[in-house]
Every structure is written in structure tokens, then in C-alpha cells.
Design a protein around this ligand. Structure first.
Ligand code: ZN
Length: 312
């Protein structure tokens, strides 16, 4: 059951391989540099996975960077490091029609590229794990729909999904793709060249460029339309959190994949796991908020590791 790259050197001796070869050139700029993969940590992860019979997985932006979606927090390549722009705050979206206009104008421009991203080997591996009965539940902090596209069904999208739209008036949920057609019909002449799309599908344009963008409202009640995602400053639905806690309590191991767990909405499940004495392993490039709570951490790209681990 040795891993493909298992070196002949003993654990504890400097060894490993550069983890840069399997990431397509086009998306490399969004994936943080990882140091040598620690083969011992990988062996531990393999053993951890083999022991687990009801695995609870939490994923974050780090699992989607290999699909070409930048994250917010990665050192050097995350959005916070590259730009001074920050995502829309919930209160600002609710309060201001001008803010919504700006938000949707940018989201409209980013949508064709954002919606075209595809699951990568890490997503596909987790789908296989579910199919083979290893994954009890998968919780993602991502809003990119890549886990559902990969076919995972035992899935909670903790922060919602940008492929769905919610009416704040009547609660109706519709497809973001349908809204794109309405945007296009209302703004036939409107278009701006842009080439940078953020993790939530946002793009960067000057505020005045959005002034003439027309935003439709709910076809049923005329209410305000919002992506069905948890904005910064918003809270995750209590029922959803409770549901996830129940799935966690049924699990016997927790794997964090591609998240620094900086946001409390995900971190709280690690706290709960530790309280229930459920072992935690972390696969992430760079430190996380929960490193001190985990049995161990592997610093490597999700795709390279998840796709080669064996299920027993
Ligand atoms: Zn409505």
C-alpha cells in the first residue's frame, strides 16, 4: 500500500519531491507554493484514512485553486495578497441599491468564466470516496458548485452556492444561469472587458462603469435578488449548522482539505470534533487556525494527495 512517491529514505530524513508538476500551467498562479511533500505525513494520512469508516470532510478554497479559482487568503497569491479589494459585505448589499447594482454588474461580467470552472482531481477523488462508502459527510465552505458537479450527494454547501439565486422577498430560489439571460436582455449594449475573476465570481470594474447596469427583481414578487451565498458579515443558517453537527457526531474521523479554517463557520466543527474526541487530520498548504487541534497536518496540494490515497 505504499504511496507512489514513497522514497527509500527513512522517515525523518529530508526527502520528498517538488509538488509542482501536476498543476496545469494556467492555474499555477492561484496555487500557493508548497514545500517538499513530507512522505511521513503522507503515510500517516494514508493510515488515518484507512482507519476511518465514516469520514467527515471539510473543504475550503484550497481545493478549488487547482481548478483555476483564486482564494482570498493564500499567502502571496490569494486575493487579499494581490489586491486591496474585499468581498461585498452583507449589510452593504441589503442597504444600498447602488451597491447591488455594482455587485451584480461585476458578477454578470465574471459569470461566464466563473461558471465554466470544472472539478479537479481532488473533487473527483472525494466523489469516489463517497461512492465507495468512505465519506459519511462532506461540508464545503466553497460556493463554486464543484463538489456537486463532481457528483457528491452527501454534501452541505455551508456558505451556499453561487449557481443559485435567492429572492429576499418571497424566498424563491432560481438558477443563476437563468438570471444571466435576464441580465443580458436588460443590458444588451452593456459590456466591459475584464480578465480577473474573484472566488465568488466577482470582477473588478470602476464604480461609475456600473451606473447604467440594469438589475432585474424577482419575477414573482418584485423582491431583491441575491446570490444564495453567505456574504461576509452574514451568518450561516442555524438549521444548517445543526444538521452538520449531527453528521459530525455520527463520524469517526475528520479530514480538512484546502482550508485555513480562519472563518469560524468552519472552525467550529473542528472544535466540536475535538470535544467529541474525533481525530482530525489537515491537508492544506500553509498553517491553519486548527493546527494545534489536529493529530497532524500535511502541507501539499489537495489534488496531488487525495487522488493517490488508497481506500481500504
Ligand atoms: Zn420573490
Amino acid at each position: 500500500m505504499g504511496l507512489p512517491w514513497r522514497p527509500l529514505a527513512l522517515c525523518g530524513v529530508a526527502h520528498g519531491k517538488r509538488a509542482s508538476s501536476s498543476v496545469p500551467t494556467g492555474v499555477r498562479s492561484f496555487v500557493p507554493a508548497s514545500s517538499l511533500i513530507d512522505a511521513c505525513a503522507l503515510e500517516r494520512l494514508q493510515a488515518f484514512l484507512s482507519r476511518a469508516t465514516r469520514l467527515f470532510v471539510i473543504t475550503g478554497a484550497g481545493i478549488s485553486t487547482e481548478s483555476g479559482i483564486p482564494d482570498y487568503r493564500s499567502e502571496g497569491v490569494g486575493l487579499y495578497a494581490r489586491t486591496d479589494r474585499r468581498p461585498m459585505q452583507y449589510a452593504e448589499f441589503i442597504r444600498s441599491a447602488r451597491s447591488r447594482q455594482r455587485y451584480w454588474a461585476r458578477n454578470y461580467l465574471g459569470w461566464p468564466q466563473f461558471s465554466s470552472h470544472q472539478p479537479n482531481p481532488a473533487h473527483l477523488a472525494l466523489q469516489r470516496w463517497e461512492q465507495q462508502g468512505k465519506v459519511h459527510w462532506l461540508v464545503t465552505q466553497n460556493v463554486d458548485a464543484l463538489h456537486s458537479m463532481a457528483g457528491n450527494q452527501r454534501l452541505t454547501e455551508l456558505h451556499g452556492c453561487s449557481h443559485r439565486v435567492l429572492c429576499l422577498g418571497c424566498g424563491a430560489v432560481s438558477l443563476r444561469e437563468e438570471l444571466q439571460k435576464r441580465f443580458k436582455a436588460l443590458n444588451p449594449e452593456w459590456g466591459i472587458q475584464t480578465d480577473f475573476v474573484a472566488p465568488d465570481g466577482d470582477v473588478f470594474i470602476e464604480d461609475e462603469q456600473a451606473l447604467h447596469f440594469r438589475v432585474p427583481s424577482c419575477t414573482d414578487c418584485g423582491g431583491i435578488l441575491k446570490p444564495e451565498v453567505t456574504f461576509f458579515g452574514d451568518t450561516v443558517n442555524r438549521g444548517t449548522v445543526q444538521f452538520v453537527h449531527e453528521r459530525l457526531a455520527e463520524s469517526d474521523a475528520v479530514l480538512v482539505a484546502g482550508s485555513s479554517l480562519q472563518v469560524y463557520s468552519g472552525y467550529r466543527f473542528i472544535l466540536a470534533a475535538v470535544e467529541q474526541k474525533i481525530p482530525v487530520a489537515i491537508l492544506n498548504i500553509g498553517p491553519t487556525r486548527a493546527d494545534h487541534l489536529a493529530e497532524f497536518r500535511v502541507s501539499a496540494r489537495c489534488g496531488e494527495v487525495l487522488s493517490v490515497l488508497q481506500l481500504h
